[in-house]
Ligand binder design. Structure first.
Ligand code: FAD
Length: 381
């Protein structure tokens, strides 16, 4: 049983996820063995339960839930099936800049449908030459009367292969000048756009990742999100919150690895007794449990700060860094303790967990970038 800092609001979320946990896990394990494709079945189960619109604004049809409840939901879904937690999270990541900076028309056009899972949005920041260095955007929005003409390429975009609409970052070109990064809402089902599924992803397979190319794509200027030149700031604001989600996802993975390992260590007999009796095994389990709990508490702390309206950028980066590395540690130790029965996927979930976990240290800012954010926050003051 996972620890709650606020039982009244967290336990109902855990109970709600438990109702769909076995189903998403079963479907997820089937889809993991197929060629990479977006799993609409799980996405619709999650949407039906309110998980996809969970923290979108209530006045536009979302659940209006707090950051702490959201973190609890993602942790709990990831416990059952990590890719399903991405299927739930990505729409909320993509809608976040619209909810924060969009005008009423933009919110009405996107949020109610996204909350119900009727429209799939994507957050399109990364480019082939703008990953960690996200400000180095090469995508251009050329002003042409009342329109922008969008040209460029986005890569590694969650759900980008199937998305209906994208919050796309790029630079406005006016009179030949290249301005600061701006954000534009783009209908992704129009001429000039090519969207592809990236193949052979290591894990998180059925929460797909795509490449989106834009060639002379016409977008009304009224689709500009917020103010011109503020796009990079908007992206970083969204990523601050989203990092708590990744920390929560990694915590769920840690807990699953721990629970599977404790169960297995009690059952597996070597040299005449359960391996759980061996101190070498006990120490690994103790370290796993300690890191899991620390990851959980750091995640909740960042979420509570966000809910209180306080600054939380430092704590979100710390939680994401620690939880992602803890998940790597826990899954690795789980693999070691399961040994052959961990490495071969037909015997236990550890092989899948191992693959699903690895990206936690890469997306929404690599662990190196989290360290830069943490040091930057500490040294600034
Ligand atoms: C499955 C998946 C889903 C993703 N989803 C999305 C999405 O929905 N939307 C989106 O916009 N992006 C998404 N991304 C992109 C992701 O955020 C980037 O992959 C990540 O930011 C790293 O960029 P990069 O891969 O280009 O690596 P690089 O930036 O090329 O980094 C390479 C290495 O150099 C290190 N490095 C770079 N700069 C520094 C520095 N200043 N100091 C120290 N080390 C440094 C990095 O830590 C890394 O180890 C996703 C990626 C993956 C793999």
């Amino acid at each position: 049983m996972a620890y709650n800092v606020n039982d009244n609001i967290q336990q109902p979320v855990r109970d709600m996820v438990k109702e769909i946990g076995p189903d998403i896990q079963r479907i997820g394990y089937e889809w993991d063995r197929k060629p990479d494709a977006f799993c609409h079945d799980i996405f619709q189960i999650l949407a039906g339960k309110g998980c996809v619109g969970f923290n979108m604004p209530k006045e536009y049809g979302g659940g209006g839930k707090s950051a702490l409840e959201y973190a609890t939901m993602i942790e709990e879904i990831a416990y059952w099936d990590a890719p399903s937690s991405l299927l739930a999270a990505v729409s909320q990541l993509a809608v976040d800049p619209v909810a924060r900076h969009g005008n009423d028309d933009q919110k009405k056009a996107i949020i109610p449908k996204a909350a119900k899972g009727e429209l799939i949005p994507a957050f399109a920041l990364t480019e082939p030459n703008a990953g960690s260095d996200a400000a180095n955007q090469q995508t251009t929005f050329t002003v042409d009367g009342d329109n922008f003409i969008v040209n460029g390429e986005k890569i590694f975009i969650m759900h980008g292969d199937v998305a209906d609409v994208g919050v796309v970052f790029g630079k406005i070109l006016e009179d030949g000048s290249r301005g600061k990064v701006s954000a534009v809402i783009v209908d992704l089902k129009q001429d000039g756009i090519k969207a592809e599924t990236l193949k052979h992803k290591m894990g998180m397979k059925y929460a797909t990742t795509g490449r989106i190319s834009f060639k002379e794509v016409k977008v009304p200027k009224s689709n500009l999100l917020g103010e011109p030149g503020k796009g990079f700031k908007y992206a970083m604001m969204t990523l601050d919150g989203a990092r708590i989600g990744i920390a929560a996802q990694a915590t769920g993975i840690c807990q699953r690895a721990l629970d599977e390992t404790i169960k297995y260590a009690k059952e597996r007999i070597a040299f005449g007794s359960p391996i759980a009796k061996l101190q070498a095994i006990q120490w690994m389990i103790a370290d796993m449990a300690t890191k899991t709990e620390a990851a959980r508490l750091m995640t909740y702390k960042a979420a509570e700060l966000q809910d209180a309206g306080a600054r939380f950028s430092l704590e979100a980066a710390q939680a994401k860094l620690f939880a992602a590395e803890a998940a790597n540690f826990c899954v690795d130790r789980a693999m070691q303790i399961h040994s052959g029965y961990g490495y071969i996927g037909e015997f236990s979930p550890i092989e899948k967990l191992y693959r699903d976990q690895r990206v936690s240290e890469i997306y929404e800012g690599t662990s190196e970038i989290q360290r830069l954010v943490i040091a930057g926050n500490l040294l600034r003051g």
